[in-house]
Write a protein that binds this ligand. Sequence first.
Ligand code: NI
Length: 137
Amino acid sequence: MPRCSVTRRVHFNAAHRLYNPNYSDEWNRTTFGKCANANFHGHNYELEVTVEGEVEPETGYVMDLAILQKMVEERLIRHLDHKNLNVDVPWFKDLNPTAENIAIVAWRQICPAIPAGLRLRLRLWETPRNYVEYEGA
Ligand code: NI
């Protein structure tokens, strides 16, 4: 069977602050720069959710993107959109909300709902110039 990857792009905006409470304010300023500012800042995040696998002969789909979109909204986006990640979202209570960690959290939320035999890859854009990718492990 031929294999394809299909991608749905979703959006959320959220505030955060990069900070490691185990280290001094000075260390945090040096390490994270203005991203450590105490009063938070926001981003317009774009998340590309990619599912890769065999094309089903019955449908011609790898996966129905409408089903994927609803699931990502339910399991992930509604928990993050218009939130302060550090303050409002329990997933980041003890986890620095870097783009890397947001991508890992997102993958763990979405992966259990992906049909067996398909692979999940995420690309999270934090700004139009910066993205991180995660595909498990
Ligand atoms: Ni930031």
